[in-house]
Design a protein around this ligand. Structure first.
Ligand code: ADP
Length: 587
């Protein structure tokens, strides 16, 4: 039974032999031309013709042996390939017999050299298949042994025959030993490559599991965090005593820091898993940069630093890209610049240049006169979780993720983030990003203070299997003056929705038992009082794919967990306005 290994070994040997075919014919021709004056002339040309025919047969027989083929050729084909290799060796080696008996300078030495060369050639390309090696080498070895015997039979006793036979046998043994050693080496190589592959696959699986775990943990933490932020905000609004308000403010501040850390962890796991996408939407580039500068100059002022903006007036208003992610990168650079500068100031330099195809390259430099970064730390500055030294985390907080994420985001935007720094003198971070030029009206990117929530005389149903989630949303909905009911499962919600009319449903997506998506699908399929009621998904999973799944299930929109009060009010206002709009309502 011919094995897979034989087929693989043959595939390798076939590749080499096919490539060598023209050279072999040339060598045979050179031999025929060289020896035709010294050996029997006619015989030589017959030999050459036979050799070319066998070479053609071999090329044909070896044709299907290719690494790119998914299945190995059938057994008969493997047999044919081995026979053709054997035949070619037999015909080629046949010239050694007259050569051995030739008079003059040729003789046994020339013939032995020719046959040894043949064996070495076979040895060089017979990897992993002893059958391929045998088929190629046996004719040469046989001639090596037979030539002196034939010589003795034809020309009588020859005193040198026996040593030649011994040399031939020794050569054959050496060739087999070398072949076995090369085969073992190849096997060891194959094993270590397989081991490396297995380790790489293991590392990839671990990384994937780590990303999934990070996404799951940050998602699970969002519900309690929503509750912390909502409760702290509510206490801050309602408490009469200033100390209580201050403590609630502290809780809110801690919650916001946790939210930022969660966002960073989630971003990092998305980037590591290659799942991060940047958007391409219209926005006001000049306004975005001016807003950020305004915000951070008041932060800088608190530390007695000057923050200046240069070149913003040259930026176009209409651009296309991901304003949220651009803001995230710039916020990170500006927050670091203000955080790590004790005297002097921070300078923002912006410029852009047009590129073909309605695109522009934005360049923003954030330059500070702060503590700077030493050369050895500079080399690791974009490494996730690296904050230089332990004291940085204690004195300045942060996670050491901001720059790593910022650089990856800049790269996703077709640009990069780089840094130059001198310890004790300051740093210069430069971000490049490729943006589109937008013709349509930009979406407002203003950071002006949020308007107060509108008072709504509406009924809202909050569906969440987590009590903390229900309470957090109820608290956040309080200032709206809406009438709020809650349901602790998708089934309970569907029952309530089949009986009473609501103006809006806030539906948690990940729930035990029936999830929010299935609940919404059933609501839309049931011709009850709420078949057309808007449903907002409340979810920690906000990737493009997750959002599409919500919309496909019949949801009207979504808000991200931990729920930001203003974003929730905006989303509610948006869906209710659409309901009131007769054009949308009729659709
Ligand atoms: P973090 O959230 O800890 O600030 P970053 O990735 O944004 O994480 O920054 C990593 C580290 O790089 C910081 O902890 C700090 O040591 C150093 N660093 C970043 N920006 C500056 C800067 N402008 N000046 C000096 N050091 C900086």
């Amino acid at each position: 039974m011919l094995s897979e290994k034989t087929a693989q070994g043959l595939t390798y040997a076939a590749g080499v032999r096919r490539a060598q075919a023209p050279l072999r014919v040339v060598i045979a021709l050179v031999l025929a031309v060289t020896f035709h004056t010294q050996l029997v002339t006619d015989w030589l040309w017959i030999w050459f013709g036979g050799y070319v025919a066998c070479q053609l047969l071999e090329v044909w027989a070896l044709w299907p042996f290719r690494p790119e083929r998914a299945t190995s050729p059938p057994a008969w084909r493997i047999g044919l390939a081995l026979v053709s290799i054997f035949l070619l060796g037999s015909v080629y080696g046949a010239i050694a017999i007259p050569l051995w008996m030739a008079p003059g300078s040729l003789g046994p030495a020339g013939a032995a050299l020719l046959l040894a060369g043949g064996i070495l050639n076979v040895l060089s390309h017979s990897r992993g298949s002893s059958l391929a090696f045998m088929a190629g080498a046996v004719p040469f070895a046989a001639y090596l042994v037979a030539a002196p015997l034939i010589d003795r039979a034809v020309r009588g006793a020859d005193p040198f025959s026996l040593p030649f036979i011994l040399v031939g046998v020794l050569f054959l043994v050496a060739a087999v030993v070398v072949f076995r050693a090369a085969e073992r080496l190849t096997e060891a190589q194959t094993r270590s490559v397989a081991e490396l592959d297995a380790r790489r696959a293991g590392a990839e699986a671990t990384s994937e599991a780590k990303s999934t775990f990070a996404a799951m943990v940050s998602h699970e933490l969002r519900t309690p965090l929503s509750a912390i932020l909502a409760a702290a905000g509510e206490i801050q609004r309602r408490a009469a005593e200033p100390e209580v308000r201050e403590r609630a403010g502290l809780i809110a501040q801690g919650g916001r820091l946790m939210r930022a850390l969660l966002d960073d962890l989630l971003d990092l796991s998305k980037l590591e898993a290659g799942r991060m996408r940047v958007e391409d939407i219209p926005f006001d580039l000049q306004l975005l940069v001016e807003d950020l500068s305004l915000f951070w100059s008041s932060e800088a002022q608190r530390k007695g630093l000057a923050l200046t903006l240069h070149g913003a007036e040259t930026l176009p208003h209409k651009a296309e890209g991901d304003p949220m992610r651009l803001r995230q990168i710039l916020n990170n650079l500006l927050s670091n610049a203000v955080k790590f500068t004790e005297s002097g100031g921070v300078r923002i330099e912006v410029a852009h240049h047009e590129t073909p195809g309605q695109r522009l390259v934005l360049r923003v430099c954030v330059v500070d006169t702060g503590r700077g970064v030493s050369p050895d730390r500079l080399a690791r500055i974009f490494t996730p979780f690296d904050q230089g030294d332990v004291s940085t985390a204690r004195t300045h907080g942060g996670s050491g993720l901001g720059l790593a994420i910022s650089r990856e985001l800049a790269r996703l935007m077709g640009g990069d983030l780089s840094v130059e720094s001198r310890e004790g003198e300051g740093s210069r971070f430069t971000i490049l990003a490729s943006l589109g030029r937008s013709a349509s009206a930009p979406v407002a990117a203003s950071a002006s203070p949020p308007p107060p929530p509108p008072a709504l005389a509406v009924r809202i149903l909050v569906v969440d299997d987590h009590e903390m989630g229900r309470r957090a949303l109820t608290l956040l909905l309080g200032p709206l003056g809406a009438q709020v009911a809650t349901a602790e499962s998708a089934r309970a919600a569907l029952q309530l929705l089949s009986l009473e009319r609501f103006d809006l449903v806030l539906m948690d997506v990940t729930m035990a038992g029936m999830d929010g998506l299935e609940a919404c699908r059933r609501l839309r399929a049931d011709p009850g009082p709420n078949q057309g009621t808007p449903v907002l998904a409340v979810t920690g999973l906000t990737s493009e794919k997750d959002v599409q799944a919500c919309l496909a299930a019949g949801m009207t929109g979504w808000v991200a967990k931990p729920v930001d009060a203003q974003k929730l009010y905006d989303a509610i206002e948006g869906v209710l306005a659409d309901q009131d709009d007769p054009a949308t309502a009729a659709a």
